[in-house]
Ligand binder design. Structure first.
Ligand code: FAD
Ligand code: DLZ
Ligand code: SF4
Length: 507
């Protein structure tokens, strides 16, 4: 009895459920580079190189164990360009009794997989993806009957479940969350760690040429590619982060600085999301640093919360609400995505920095994504689907299960508050407080109106006015609405005038 084990490009973990009981010498692993996946959004060129090169390295490591891997390359002239088409061809090449796979990270692919059994007349075993710390059933059970889903309460459940940073039933240090200590702006004299890079080997160089040839018009720099493409190098990146950045991760988690693309962030999300690292081992490495007094509690708790809390919560929301989550548009936002999201050509320095980082590295840290590009899209009323397509394309870590809740829910409030209690809307004062960007900008964050005023300032109040009927009853918006109601009619008119002038130019 021969089993075909189908492994996707974000399932590159040896402990994957579809590989667990593999019968070496008998079973065949099928891996497919397909045009549908490389082009369903115009992925950043570095994301393409990362996924395809990591797939090829993973296939080689399986082969070195004696496992038979049937690997379909993108430039195979007979490649049908689709998972289902390649599966059909593979079933012609091999005598197969059963197909085993692990549930994919995206609804669209699960929907496709569910047709395979009927189409091919074979049993198809779609196994749970147990690389996550919370199963679908656990999340559904937690969410059932709750009126409001809040990450903080989910996170506490997960802390209790794992026992991480717990003293019996009490949180380490007495608090569940040290976020209040994690909002420092970066002083000038703080030395930032040099970032790690993994120079392309022969396999990666070949994939880089393939991507240049087939997807040359996609967004992003390719020559500077330095991502790890093997588990060994991803483990090295993890240890590098623990030793060099974790101790300061908490303090400067929300900071931004001109020319500094990574600060004290881990830059591990692409490895977690394609399976080169597992969330449990990443958290355990941080906990070990805390136990050895190499990193303080606010840093380790802050980091664990991102993975055990936010990452698992986002996945839970995605599978709880899909299909259909992406269709809501609570704030009725319809403006097209401005061209500068792709070109970086804008005189707003904060956006130039965030988009520049994205272009150069297929990366931007959380505050750049949420409070710069995300905040601008929210305030300007950009259509959620257009913003979501951009985020899904431009980041090396972007897969719909995590990108969609972050963009649709957290950044754009398009789900009406299912995921977060209030919109993350902010004026230029926030960006000025958390960065040095405004010092390098043509606009002034102190000016509220006029040609030199920071556009985030009048866009913020314009957003508040536009969405008054939808947001004014939200208790967390009470204070800004009180401030709005104190404004004179002349001031409101001036805000509308400046915002409309700016938005007209944007179109
Ligand atoms: P660190 O700051 O070092 O955090 C550590 C880890 O925590 C990350 O590697 C990541 O695995 C996890 N994490 C942190 N915040 C989140 C979060 N909000 N949701 C899920 N995991 C989190 N993350 C993705 O992995 N893929 C995406 O496509 C993605 N799209 C986003 C879109 C928007 C609009 C926003 C606001 C956030 C998005 N995020 C996404 C979340 C977050 O910005 C990235 O996980 C983080 O910037 C990755 O960089 P890092 O590894 O240096 O993270
Ligand atoms: C992102 C991606 C890309 C660019 N290419 C491939 C590919 O050629 N073959 C493959 O198996 N997976 C690829 N992936 C990852 C898939 O898009 C991902 O597995 C699905 O979106 C499900 O999460
Ligand atoms: Fe951004 Fe406004 Fe600051 Fe310029 S002044 S960097 S546009 S926040």
């Amino acid at each position: 009895m021969s089993i075909l084990r189908v492994i996707l490009g974000d399932q590159l973990s040896r402990s994957l459920s579809a590989l667990r009981d593999i019968n070496t010498g008998e079973d065949i692993v099928l891996m497919m580079e397909v045009r549908d996946e490389t082009t369903y959004v115009k992925h950043h060129k570095q994301k393409l190189v990362l996924v395809l090169s990591a797939m090829r390295h993973f296939a080689s490591s399986l082969e070195s164990e004696g496992i038979d891997v049937d690997y379909v390359r993108l430039d195979d002239p007979d490649n049908s360009g689709a998972f289902t088409g390649e599966l059909e061809r593979a079933l012609r090449r091999h005598r197969i009794d059963r197909i085993v796979t692990t549930e994919p990270g995206e609804w669209r692919v699960l929907d496709m997989m569910r047709c395979w059994s009927e189409r091919f007349g074979l049993p198809v075993d779609i196994r749970d993806d147990d690389r996550f710390l919370c199963s679908h059933v656990e999340f559904q059970t937690w969410a059932a009957g709750r009126k409001n889903l809040r990450m903080e309460f989910f996170y506490r459940e997960m802390r209790r479940k794992t026992g991480w940073l717990m003293n019996q039933d009490q949180p380490e240090g007495g608090e569940w969350n040290y976020d209040a200590e994690n909002r420092k702006s970066l002083p000038d004299d703080v030395t930032l760690p040099a970032c790690t890079a993994y120079p392309p080997d022969a396999v990666t160089s070949e994939v880089m040429n393939l991507v240049r040839q087939h997807c040359g018009e996609h967004f992003g720099a390719i020559d500077s590619f330095g991502w790890a493409v093997t588990r060994e190098d991803a483990r090295d990146a993890l240890h590098w982060f623990i030793d060099n950045s974790l101790p300061w991760f908490g303090d400067y988690q929300d900071a931004m600085k001109t020319g500094e693309d990574f600060l004290f962030h881990s830059v591990l999300s692409p490895y977690l999301n394609i399976g080169l690292l597992l969330p449990g081992e990443v958290c355990e490495a941080a906990l070990a640093a805390y136990s050895a007094s190499k990193a303080p509690l606010n840093a380790v708790e802050g980091f664990i919360r991102q993975i055990l809390g936010w990452r698992e919560y986002m996945r839970g929301i995605y599978w709880l609400k899909m299909p259909g989550y992406e269709t809501s548009n609570f704030l009725n936002a319809h403006r097209p995505l401005p061209a500068f999201y792709w070109s970086g050509l804008t005189d707003m320095h904060c956006l130039r920095e965030a988009i520049g980082n994205t272009h150069d590295n297929a990366y931007a840290h959380h505050i750049q994504r949420l409070m710069v590009t995300g905040n601008f899209a929210l305030l300007a009323g950009i259509a959620p689907a257009e913003v979501e397509e951009w985020y899904l394309a431009v980041y090396a870590d972007a897969f719909e299960w995590v990108e969609l809740p972050n963009t649709h829910g957290m950044a754009l409030h398009a789900d009406g508050g299912l995921l977060s209690t209030k919109p993350y809307a902010a004026s230029g004062a926030y960006i000025d407080r958390m960065s040095d960007y405004c010092k390098h900008c043509e606009y002034s964050p102190k000016d509220k109106l006029g040609e030199k005023a920071c556009p985030f300032n009048y866009l913020y109040w314009h957003f508040m006015m536009r969405n008054e009927a939808r947001l004014k009853s939200n208790p967390r918006m009470a204070m800004p609405y009180r401030n709005l109601y104190r404004m004179t009619d002349e001031r409101r008119e001036a805000i509308v005038h400046d915002a409309e002038r700016f938005l007209d130019r944007l179109d």
